[in-house]
Write a protein that binds this ligand. Structure first.
Ligand SMILES: *[C@@H]1O[C@H](CO)[C@@H](O)[C@H](O)[C@H]1NC(C)=O
Ligand SMILES: *[C@@H]1O[C@H](CO)[C@@H](O)[C@H](O)[C@H]1NC(C)=O
Ligand SMILES: *[C@@H]1O[C@H](CO)[C@@H](O)[C@H](O)[C@H]1NC(C)=O
Ligand SMILES: *[C@@H]1O[C@H](CO)[C@@H](O)[C@H](O)[C@H]1NC(C)=O
Ligand SMILES: *[C@@H]1O[C@H](CO)[C@@H](O)[C@H](O)[C@H]1NC(C)=O
Ligand SMILES: *[C@@H]1O[C@H](CO)[C@@H](O)[C@H](O)[C@H]1NC(C)=O
Ligand SMILES: [Zn+2]
Length: 814
């Protein structure tokens, strides 16, 4: 009965709320709901934007067509807006520079629209950012076209309103995010408005639609969170912020640039549902759920209006004393947030209160059973030992299964059929949480304490374990400790209720407050587990092949199994058929393991949950100092995105013997030192073929334009120009004894050993000029990337998706 109730809550409330989206507004609604976000308009913009196809930096689609489309929309708003009250200043920034020492960018574009009240003189701006470029092959509907469309509609709604707007809002549509956050860096460090931008709302995606989650926020006080709490559809969690900062999500967003280089405070939000299609050809207009536009539109419009008029914005500095916060939503209904100081106090107070309640309860039990307190404490310690052992065994077993599945070649069985996780990784924990205490209770039957009291000891023990976890994590400065505090809080509430009502003294009645107290934590923890899984399952499809993806999934299961079931499973022991229930969960675990072996456990589903590959048809040329060619070889270069490169093995065998890429280098000395080839990543394959890349493509050309003897002794300046495709990568390495003493790049990295630069050009593809001052001779190597190799790609299994292009590697000696 208890689990029917829980199942009902899960189906009727948790799943509903996780997937809830508002009804999208249409053009008809505009008459009745002026000043509202109209999804239909945003949808039309998104359709046109995605119709341009993939928008890779440097392509016509990105640099010309997308820019024209967005600018047209901005000018249209400018013409139709409330011109008595508002002004829109438009700017197209074309920017070049160096980022993170070795990322060179040239002519990438930012479209800017600054909305301000004619009257107003505030010099503190709100910045809202999204990017219109996409990855190769991807139409970029969710990442990040939808956010561009949302911003354009918000600009329109606000500019047509009557105001008020105290602080100007800068809408930044950036044109180069996917190549390493270049355009937002260009804006932050070089645009005249950047210093005035104090607060950032960054909008991006790691999935296709759903509700956008607030997963990073930093500010000077909790004022920003106060405003976020008022949005219509809150969805946020500080746990994700922490996981993101621990590097568990392989992504980065522009937010980093605004925060670290612009000193801004603000919000980072992203779509996270259906991460399977993220950065693939399936991130299309058709797949993206349109109601998501309404969700984001309502939220960001509300934030734009409130921050645009916030008194707190009047006195605000870049680079203030930034803080992190504890924040989370409850089922999308409301927000909870507090400062880190409050967090410390709350965690300690709740734990102390729970401890006191446990001690009082132990005293009662001793009085009731007519045993010495010492005897009860001893019994309690023994119970705690059994409970700890059960948890440890459950966790160990779950983790063991994750290794077994991996070793037998069945990792990621839950990739498409997510429900397998239940049986594979939750059930073992449930099983041990039940079987050990059941055995213990059976064995100690003849002791003086009645069953009800002994079960209460188990509940107390579980609470004690959670208290220890909460306190330890709090002192380790792990913000996610609040999750354990929540579990302690609700149990302590039930316990105090029991003590006050004396229900704990009346047989099995204590179970009623406990069950009631578990409803809210059950709803909350299963809600969080649900979306953590839909974030992390797709992530395992692009996390590389190095680590065991089942381990991560098992760890999440262990934590949530403990949070969800620790206070519920002991209650089952009150009933007679305990052992059958427990054996049933073991049965389920075993059944699921059998099921998980293919075909149900086949990880991939065509189009819906595809396997990712990155494939290049590559050619590398090594030039001698006199310009002649020393070596010329072609291959298919493939690198793995998840644990299952084995699935493509047949194809690989058909395409000649595979070499690990370490054999690519033909200059042994340099290869073994630091492999100066772009064709080297761990777990990648190099499949030599005779055919060079077929489609005409641009090769990089590096020309030495001047060689000047400098005044400094033994120093020669080499001037170069580099021309070629829009994405290039190059290595610079002086020959043996020579030393680079100056150059046009970042001077602070002159002493680095491995000098690999990436070069991206957007609008301009004029020759890139640079110089190097050397104390002797030098040796330079260059590589680049460009598009497609059909035959190999078509022979990949149909559940695969791949990002592919042509790549060439040229090496010159000078
Ligand atoms: C989308 O493109 C079509 C065809 O070019 C055009 O008629 C329409 O006005 C565009 N809509 C928007 C919102 O840009
Ligand atoms: C600008 O402010 C003045 C008073 O400060 C007011 O009289 C005027 O109506 C305002 N103009 C607009 C367009 O709101
Ligand atoms: C700017 O706008 C705010 C809110 O509408 C208003 O209170 C303030 O007086 C305005 N400032 C100026 C200089 O007009
Ligand atoms: C490299 O070799 C291929 C044949 O394998 C040839 O077609 C191509 O022209 C060569 N490239 C250069 C630059 O010589
Ligand atoms: C070489 O590059 C430097 C720095 O860009 C420039 O000042 C110099 O004129 C160049 N020399 C020649 C000969 O082009
Ligand atoms: C490096 O070269 C630049 C450009 O010629 C020059 O301005 C700068 O002073 C040089 N730096 C050093 C340390 O020689
Ligand atoms: Zn993005």
């Amino acid at each position: 009965m208890l689990h029917s109730l829980l199942e009902f809550l899960y189906m009727a409330v948790v799943l509903q709320q996780v997937n809830h989206l508002p009804t999208p507004l249409t053009l008809q609604d505009e008459f009745t709901q002026a000043d509202s976000f109209i999804t239909e308009r945003a949808e039309n913009v998104l359709l046109n934007l995605t119709n341009l196809g993939p928008r890779v930096v440097g392509s016509e689609a990105n640099e010309v067509e997308a820019v024209t489309l967005i600018l047209d929309q901005v000018f249209k708003v400018q013409n139709e807006m409330n011109q008595d009250y508002f002004d829109i200043e438009v700017d197209l920034q074309v920017v070049s520079g160096q980022y993170m020492h070795t990322s060179l960018y040239h002519g990438v574009q930012n479209i800017l629209a600054k909305l301000s009240a004619k009257n107003n003189t505030s010099t503190n701006y709100l910045l809202i950012n999204s990017h219109f470029d996409s990855t190769p092959k991807s139409p970029g509907a969710s990442d990040d076209g939808a956010m561009v469309a949302v911003m354009l509609e918000i600009l329109r709604v606000m500019a047509n309103s009557k105001g008020p707007l105290e602080h100007p809002i800068v809408f930044l549509f950036n044109g180069a995010e996917e190549d390493g956050l270049l355009a937002s860096y260009g804006f932050t460090t070089q645009h005249k408005w950047a210093k005035n931008c104090k607060v950032i709302i960054n909008l991006d995606a790691a999935g296709s639609g759903g509700r956008e989650i607030l997963f990073q926020s930093i500010s000077e006080s909790s004022w920003l969170m106060n405003y976020y709490s008022k949005v219509t559809h809150p969805f946020a969690n500080a746990v994700l912020e922490e996981l993101f900062q621990f590097g568990l999500v392989p992504s980065a967003t522009d937010f980093r640039n605004f925060r670290d280089y612009g000193g801004m405070q603000g919000f980072d939000m992203a779509y996270i549902q259906n991460g399977y299609v993220y950065h693939t050809e399936f991130d299309s207009f058709k797949v993206y759920p349109k109601a998501s536009l309404q969700n984001t539109g309502d939220n960001v419009l509300s934030l734009a209006k409130s921050l645009g008029n916030a008194p707190e914005m009047r006195n605000i500095n870049n680079y203030g004393n930034m803080e992190h916060f504890i924040f989370f939503d409850f089922l999308g209904w409301f927000m909870v947030h507090y400062t880190m100081n409050t967090n410390l106090i709350v965690n300690i107070l709740v734990c102390v209160a729970a401890l006191i309640a446990i001690v009082i309860s132990l005293c009662w039990i001793s009085k009731r059973a007519d045993l010495s307190l010492l005897a009860i404490v001893a019994q309690f310690m023994l119970t705690t030992f059994i409970q700890t052992l059960s948890l440890a065994l459950g966790a160990a077993f779950s983790i063991l299964i994750s290794y077994v599945m991996d070793v037998i070649g069945c990792s990621m069985t839950w990739f498409s059929n997510n429900w397998l996780i239940c049986g594979l990784y939750f059930c073992p924990v449930f099983f041990f949480l039940g079987i050990l205490p059941a055995g213990f209770l059976e064995y100690t039957k003849k002791y003086a304490l009645p069953l009800g009291l002994r079960i209460q000891l188990f509940l107390h023990s579980h609470c004690l374990i959670l208290i220890v976890l909460t306190i330890s994590l709090t002192f380790l400065n792990i913000r996610s400790a609040f999750m354990f505090m929540v579990a302690v809080f609700f149990y302590a509430a039930a316990l105090i209720g029991n003590l006050i009502t004396q229900l704990h003294n009346k047989g099995s009645w204590f179970a009623i407050p406990v069950i009631v107290s578990q409803i809210v934590p059950f709803l909350y923890f299963s809600y969080v587990a649900e979306y953590l899984y839909f974030i992390f399952i797709p992530v395992t499809g692009r996390n590389g092949g190095a680590s065991n993806p089942d381990l991560l999934i098992a760890l999440i299961a262990v934590i949530f199994a403990i949070l969800l079931s620790g206070f519920l499973i002991p209650l089952y022991l009150l009933f007679r058929r305990t052992r059958s229930i427990i054996l049933c969960s073991l049965g389920v675990a075993i059944l699921f393991m059998i099921l998980a072996i293919r075909p149900i456990g086949t990880p991939y589903t065509p189009k819906l949950a595809p396997q990712r590959y990155t494939v290049q048809h590559a050619n590398q040329l090594y030039h001698n100092a006199d310009g002649s060619i020393r070596s010329n070889e072609s291959a298919i270069y493939l690198y793995q995105q998840d644990r299952h490169i084995d699935i493509a093995e047949e194809v690989i065998v058909k395409f000649k013997a595979a070499h690990e890429t370490s054999t690519v280098c033909n200059n042994e000395a340099t290869c073994q030192l630091d492999r100066p080839s772009i064709f080297y990543t761990p777990n990648s394959l190099w499949l030599p073929v005779n055919e060079p890349p077929g489609i005409p493509y641009e090769r990089p050309v590096l020309t030495l334009t001047a060689k000047t003897i400098m005044n400094t002794p033994n120093t020669v300046r080499y001037n170069y120009t580099l021309t070629g495709p829009d994405h290039m990568m190059f290595f610079i390495e002086p020959k043996t004894s020579a030393k680079i003493i100056n150059w046009s790049f970042d001077k602070t990295i002159l002493s680095r050993k491995r000098l690999v630069f990436t070069f991206v050009h957007g609008k301009n593809n004029d020759a890139f000029e640079f110089f190097i001052d050397l104390e002797c001779h030098q040796y330079t190597e260059f590589g680049n990337r460009v598009k497609i190799y059909e035959e190999f790609l078509e022979s990949l299994p149909n559940y695969a998706t791949n990002v592919n292009w042509l790549a060439t590697y040229d090496s010159w000696l000078f």
